[in-house]
Design a binder for this molecule. Structure first.
Ligand SMILES: *Cc1c(COP(=O)(O)O)cnc(C)c1O
Length: 457
């Protein structure tokens, strides 16, 4: 339903309108996500066990299913003010080009040097590590956005930053690597021989181009074998969705100012953090029975965790050293093809979103790579922003929804998350421009083989 036509191209918020608390959607879930399990005991992970790997305060946030609002510390709020609020844009030009009666909005998170939403959680995680008096943090990075975000946050707070970068990205994205090094991080291609788990994976798959799951194993091993270090993760975890709720909270405040009631909210889903953050306050309304929304998760057809995965306990990493999480998964042995949306190459999905998907509170669609790049090109030409390939998944789904409105004549209000910019993805754009982009989609047999290897819980 659309009444207000006087909406500016960009809706900004003042500093005083920025959120002072993160919103924890778990507090409003009647049936919660399943707890993480210790693979050795089969029992839920305790705070003490998690504390060997993660910072204490982040463990508390990870396990807190009840506190609805968690205050954002002042240091983090001040850091946010350097690049937030992020713009909420009305895509007038795209609407016109599509000839749709729908109103399309996007929340643009690419307005910082790291180029994505990941900085929202990176600064929070670095802050709690610093507060605990740690020397540094370790992590993995796929396409490089998380590693870049974390190195920016660590530079700001003077923490050591150790990054394992999926090998295919390390080679394809030397500029990302150098941005991280400029911010002071050390960057190692994964799998590497600097860890035992890396050595093992290399012995088994000498030609592997790496995966997020594999880089996670290496980063965790480094953290637990080096005193004063903890591991941090840029997606999937409950705490990351919590930090990313700033996206949805800002969007909601901005839309409320103009009385816009959304119908459809769309986000790309790798591990689920931007989507979980974008939809959080709206999902809260839906869970409390105050409003209804059509939530759409968009994933790559080459790594379709929601649409073709199984809801089961699985490892988050290829080396199987991390806790077990109940989630939609393709199996931790699933090696996605080296598609370019590196940030979406994860075999699993956030346990919170998995539970909400299982409860049919949201739906999912999978999109092939060439359709994604076609949408990216169209969006860049009409709206100006050159999107990250990950973000273009959401663009494609938003265009599809807007075109449906054209058929039915329904003037829906659609919001999608534009998670980042694609300047470091020009090799992929080059393949698209040259017409040599491939669309690898796993067969049922490929997926079944990995599902058979799921741990028995
Ligand atoms: C990492 C990343 C994603 C996917 O991660 P989520 O945790 O699913 O949000 C999407 N877009 C961009 C630009 C990213 O960097």
């Amino acid at each position: 339903m659309n009444s207000n036509e006087n909406i500016p191209y960009k809706i900004y918020l003042s500093e005083s309108e920025m959120p002072k608390d993160w919103y924890n959607v778990r507090a409003d879930m009647k049936k919660k996500q399943a707890p993480m399990l210790n693979p050795a005991t089969g029992k839920p992970m305790t705070a003490e066990e998690l504390g060997h790997v993660f910072c204490d305060e982040l463990v508390a946030q990870e396990l807190d299913d009840d506190t609805r609002l968690i205050p954002i510390p002042e240091t983090i709020r001040n850091f946010y003010k350097m690049y937030r609020p992020s713009p909420l844009v009305r895509a007038y030009c795209l609407e016109q080009k599509l000839g749709t009666p729908a109103h399309i909005y996007y929340k643009f998170e690419g307005n910082n040097t790291s180029g994505s939403h990941k900085l929202n959680s990176a600064i929070a995680q670095a802050y709690y590590a610093k507060k605990q008096g740690l020397k540094g943090v370790t992590t993995e990075t796929g396409a490089g956005q998380w590693g870049t975000a974390l190195s920016m946050a660590c530079a700001y707070l003077e923490l050591d930053c150790v990054v394992y970068m999926v090998k295919v990205s390390y080679e394809q994205k030397p500029f990302r690597r150098e941005v991280m090094r400029t911010y002071g991080a050390s960057v190692t291609p994964s799998p590497s021989n600097t860890t035992q788990v890396g050595q093992k994976i290399l012995a088994e798959y000498p030609d592997t181009t790496g995966s997020l799951g594999c880089a996670i194993s290496e980063a965790v091993e480094y953290a637990v074998t080096h005193p004063g270090y903890r591991y941090v993760l840029g997606s999937v975890l409950n705490q990351v969705l919590l930090h990313q709720s700033v996206i949805g909270l800002e969007a909601k405040t901005a839309l409320d100012k103009y009385g816009v009631k959304l119908d459809t909210i769309i986000g790309c889903a790798g591990g689920g953090s931007n989507l979980g953050g974008l939809i959080a306050p709206f999902m809260g309304q839906k869970l409390r029975g105050e409003a209804d929304y059509d939530f759409i998760a968009v994933e790559p057809a080459s790594c379709p965790s929601f649409t073709r995965g199984t809801y089961a306990y699985d490892f988050c990493d290829t080396g199987n050293i991390c806790p077990l999480a109940k989630m939609y998964t393709l199996g931790s042995s699933f090696m996605p093809s080296p598609i370019h949306a590196g940030g979406l190459r994860f075999h699993g999905m956030s346990p919170v979103l998995s539970e909400l998907y299982d409860q049919k509170m949201m739906r999912a669609v999978a999109i092939s790579q060439s359709d994604v790049f076609k949408a990216a090109e169209e969006f860049a030409r009409i709206e100006g922003i050159l999107p990250a390939p990950e973000s273009a998944h959401a663009i494609k789904a938003a265009i599809d929804e807007a075109l449906k409105c054209k058929e039915t004549g329904e003037p829906k209000n659609i919001l999608f998350g534009l998670t980042g910019t694609g300047y470091f993805d020009m090799v992929a754009y080059g393949q698209y421009n040259d017409g040599i982009m491939s669309d690898y989609i796993p067969t049922d047999e490929d997926i079944q083989k990995c599902i058979e290897k799921l741990p028995k819980v």
